[in-house]
Design a protein around this ligand. Sequence first.
Ligand code: DGT
Ligand code: CA
Ligand code: CA
Ligand code: ZN
Length: 588
Amino acid sequence: MTREDATTIFERIATLLEMQGDNPFKVRAYRTGAEVVESFSGDIMKLAADNQLSDIKGLGEALRDKLREMATTGRLEFYEKLKAEFPDTIFELFDVQGLGSKKIAALHAALGVASIADLKRACENGAVAKLSGFGAKTVEKILESIAFREQHASEFRLDQVHGLVLEILEALRGHPGVSQAEVCGSFRRGKETVHDLDFLVSTRQPEDVIDFFIKLPAVVDVIAKGPTKASIHATHGVQCDLRAVSSKEFPFALAYFTGSKEHNVAIRQRALSRGWSLNEYAFTAVADHADAAVIPPVHGEADLYRALDLDFIEPELRENTGEIDAAEGGRLPRLIQLENLRGVFHNHTTASDGGGTLREMAEAARGLGLQYLGIADHSKSSFQANGLDENRLLAQVEEIQKLNAEYAEEGFRIFAGSEVDILKDGSLDFSDELMARLDYVVASVHNVFNLPEAEMTKRIIRAIENPQVTMLGHLTGRLLLQRPGYNVNVAAVIDAAAETGTIIELNASAWRLDMDWRWWRLAKEKGVKCSINPDAHSTRGLQDVIFGIKAARKGWLTRDDVINCLPAGEVTKVLQAKRFNATRIGGN
Ligand code: DGT
Ligand code: CA
Ligand code: CA
Ligand code: ZN
């Protein structure tokens, strides 16, 4: 169980106790406990597991025991019993933006609200607005958040489906009757969210494979089953479709079910102009076509494209946004690959809200074969994330220097940075002098999201005009399927980044994938460089770069566009370039 899980459980206990009208001091103790666990500097879960929690301020004996139980068994009996007394739907309320535990408890006590459906009704009939602490503004915000959730109810983020896809592919490939298995659809195209997953196998025993598929451990229920296809619901309720075809049909089915629909339509047109019809099984000569060309053999997807005089189009590019012209003219980009990454920037440690210490993060990065790791803990204004003040930051820089001395021989390096808050007026949370002492600075917006577009755009542009700001973090602040980004003129920010030589982050967290892939071709055209940043809050979080790579590929990026493909020596120069240019221009 992670620190985040334990924090959530303590918070939820507080709320549930409050809903039951329990002793306010007890409720308080759990809230404080949650804060202590969340912000403790050090591996609190390990300490708990080793029974080393004796003198931590704000964590009494009862909570220490509970934390220990969670750390050692992965669950908490007290919480399981407590939550059994409420409908499961109560927890939906915790995902509504603008609703903290206190508000949820108040809604439950006063109005009996126990689900999102209840909440929506109570907002719409005016009951919520009458409660103290809930004005018309709050109600509006709650309703907006519910509407956003409803709009995206049947979508899934990559972190929710990635493991499932690998598990199902591995199982299918392990079946003796299967010669090829692939995932198709939006997942293969690297979309940031998917509606369902589309699997494809080539086999001579479709019925056996279908039977095998619907009995996989991940299957929750079977929606439909036929001789060559089946649909099931898997973990989280994700629908998975499987189709079984022959190996001759496989390349055609693979291309067809990968989509996108728009790409397929354009490809089919191109085939027709050669006198062939194209479907999910084959090319077929059109009978009344006067000068139909001879159909070449197709053994793989690349042959299919070659038959149409096209270079192979990577799945991520198949959105009918110019990829077919580029493939015809030999102008497709050579897309970046995971193996091209040499290091990662923008990562958190236990000094702010991360779960791994500096050394643990460095070891994990080395374990992934990376040559460098950029640390960027939160700055002081992000107090909810235990942001560092000047003194703690400088102490961290020293700690990094010491570690670097240790690692020097092995050629591994830690870059000392900070994720500095962009304040409401576009000024920054640290002085220029302090930022100049760092290797790099990521500037991000973390509060006051509700500015009008023009003001938000001005705020961000003012921040990146600062020569000390190396890169811009999560440009829109969106959380996929949970909240839209704030209003900002992305094109104007890209222009400003180009002018000032500011790198833009592609935040690789599956929740963000921000800046969105749809903007990267424009950014690249303007000469803006990308940094694929995992924004890791734990050692495991470093692996989120795989999501960032997918998004970068979908944005047509090559290794030359992404600064963290450079070796440590060269990337240092890139990090310094903006400052260097500023002093040069300033000095002339
Ligand atoms: P989603 O909504 O995230 O599941 O997105 P996709 O692209 O995976 O869509 P899905 O699962 O409905 O269909 C998978 C692929 O099958 C789609 O990308 C293209 C192909 N396909 C499905 N229906 C049609 C169609 O009516 N015409 C054509 N040309 N292709 C289709
Ligand atoms: Ca799909
Ligand atoms: Ca589908
Ligand atoms: Zn951030």
